[in-house]
Design a binder for this molecule. Sequence first.
Ligand code: ZN
Length: 65
Amino acid sequence: MANPKTVLCPRCKKKVQYHFDPVNHRKQLLLTIFTLGMWLPMWLAVAFSPTKLCNECGGPLWADT
Ligand SMILES: [Zn+2]
């Protein structure tokens, strides 16, 4: 049975473990203010779907396949 905690990294070309990128809410708030609220949907998007980061190269993992 495959380990569900690993995902294929396109950079490392192998299955790697990953961690989630913590959302910088202060930066998101500043961006939302700076764009007069236009950034708000992006803030919600990153808050509800945090980016997976490869433990080996630190790159983002967009696909689970
Ligand atoms: Zn990697």
